[in-house]
Design a protein around this ligand. Structure first.
Ligand code: SF4
Ligand code: SF4
Length: 485
């Protein structure tokens, strides 16, 4: 059962009044700039042999890679993409989009190659250049992202950085399909008969600046409309950034924020499926580091170079898991002549009727891949819980020394500060991590009922369930070896 938060005495006024959201967005932008300053030029400490002394004592590396990055994953089951409603980069691009050139977004694949490339650069940066351990490198990475948000806001319309370049938004859209919070129309019939479409309507107005007797500047400004260019009444809810604009602007008060039930049954979008392959790779690589012997046994060849291992576990194995069952069904149906049609409501495609187009392999994969997101989400949550539990306690020293050098010396050299202890004992946390993986896997298993109903044939389903079970058992074995071993 879903609860309409706009009717709540507490949440209703918060959702309808944009002031709180605007205030938090300004605050998060100020915090982002402060984090860049705190990390700028800081990498090593003179006379200290440790290669990455500031990894957990510098505010930027700790907040960006541990508290925010890991906290975001853990927050999704409860708050979905709510982060996007207060994200500083989304704020910058959206604000500048109101006064920028207002150019239309490029056509596919140019509207998503940027996000995938940034994800891969971030992944490569972490694997090979240890960006996540180095405050100065982190500041450059985040600073470049901020510059790109400024640039895209000035060039393209709406929240263009989010739509064109942000891999975090894509990851959140993949995971948030399992979250209980979403925006939807209360009555779809009202939307169908609505003539002003105020929820999505974008208004323009001319602004004039008189800068002297002979200098007058006039500029067209854009306001309102969905920053993600969605049609709220029929959108894929996992693409919604929960900005609440449509809820506030609907002239009939027909848009609401719901809590409870399932967020989205839509297939993956093309960028989400491409990114999902690498996301599964990231989680698999991170978990398999905890059991090097098993990892090495899974990689073909003896002592292969690091890039072969990364490509194998980070891309080839995930692609096998994701595409094996759709491939089997697709070619099985092609040879037997029994083809199924494209999805009617985005959840499960019916059998092919006369005149309908059969599903392409790519469309089939976009539907059939969604259940695997549950297992990957569970594995990612387990990783995030362990990291946060062990490293978040370093935050207690940030108030006194956000740069991290003094607290590193006090903890590791003079030993005048104690080494921060875990928040929850490992004996408890290991069960929480396994529980997170089990919950994610169950959510994925539940998704197979709709996603595989018509997108996979009997043999495809068999292979799908085998792959699904293999992935879940593989992650469980790694977590068991890591935390229970
Ligand atoms: S999509 Fe990315 S940049 Fe946009 S609001 Fe979400 S996290 Fe921020
Ligand atoms: S659908 Fe509504 S809440 Fe979602 S991003 Fe668009 S305007 Fe914001």
């Amino acid at each position: 059962m879903a609860f309409d938060l706009t009717r709540s005495r507490f949440f209703g006024p918060l959702i309808k009044n944009p002031l709180w959201q605007g205030t938090i967005r300004w605050f998060s932008l100020a915090a982002l700039v402060a984090l860049l300053v705190v990390a700028w030029g800081r990498t090593t400490l003179p006379g200290i042999a440790d290669s990455w002394p500031l990894i957990y004592t510098n505010a930027t590396t700790l907040i960006f890679w541990v508290l925010w990055f890991m906290g975001l994953v853990i927050s999704v089951p409860f708050f979905g993409r709510l982060w996007c409603s207060i994200c500083p980069l989304g704020f910058v691009t959206e604000k500048l989009g109101k006064i920028g050139l207002n150019v239309k977004w490029p056509a596919p694949p140019f509207n998503w190659l940027g996000a995938i490339s940034i994800f891969l650069v971030g992944l490569g940066g972490a694997l090979y250049w240890n960006v996540h351990k180095n405050p100065a490198a982190t500041a450059i990475f985040v600073g470049l992202a901020l510059l790109l948000a400024v640039f895209s806001g000035l060039v393209w319309r709406r929240a263009s950085f989010c739509g064109l370049f942000c891999p975090i938004g894509l990851v959140l859209s993949i995971y948030s399909r399992f979250s209980p919070i979403y925006v939807a129309a209360k009555d779809a019939g009202k939307c169908a008969s609505c003539d002003d479409k105020a929820c999505t309507a974008r208004k323009s107005r001319w602004k004039r600046w008189d800068l002297g007797p002979s200098l007058v500047i006039q500029k067209q400004m854009w306001e309102g409309g969905c920053p993600a260019a969605l049609t709220p009444r029929s959108m894929d809810r996992s693409a919604c950034q929960l900005c609440m604009e449509c809820v506030r602007n609907c002239s009939r008060s027909n848009m609401a924020v719901y809590y409870g039930g399932k967020n989205s049954n839509h297939p993956f979008s093309t960028p989400a499926l491409v990114l999902f392959v690498f996301l599964m790779g990231l989680v698999t690589l991170a978990l398999s580091r905890t059991w090097p012997a098993l990892r090495d046994a899974l990689i073909p060849g003896i002592h292969p170079p690091a890039w072969v291992s990364a490509l194998w576990l980070g891309a080839a194995v995930p692609a096998l898991f994701i595409f094996a069952a759709p491939l089997l069904t697709h070619f099985g149906e092609k040879f037997s002549g029994k083809e199924s049609s494209g999805p009617s409501d985005g959840s499960a495609p019916p059998r092919l009727e006369e005149g309908e187009k059969p599903l392409t392999l790519w469309e089939r994969a976009k539907i059939a891949a969604t259940p695997f997101a549950g297992v990957v989400f569970g594995g990612h949550t387990a990783l995030a819980l362990v990291k946060l539990n062990a490293k978040a306690p370093y935050a207690q020293y940030l108030v006194y020394d956000p740069f991290g050098a003094a607290s590193y010396m006090a903890i590791n050299v003079s030993k005048t500060l104690p080494l921060p202890q875990m928040i929850v004992p490992l004996a408890v946390l290991k069960w929480v991590a396994i529980f997170a993986l089990a919950l994610g896997s169950l959510a994925g298993l539940h998704e197979t009922k709709t996603a595989w109903k018509n997108s996979l044939g009997p043999l495809g389903k068999l292979l799908g369930y085998l792959s699904f079970a293999l992935l879940a058992v593989f992650y469980a074995a790694l977590i068991r070896h890591w935390l229970f071993g």
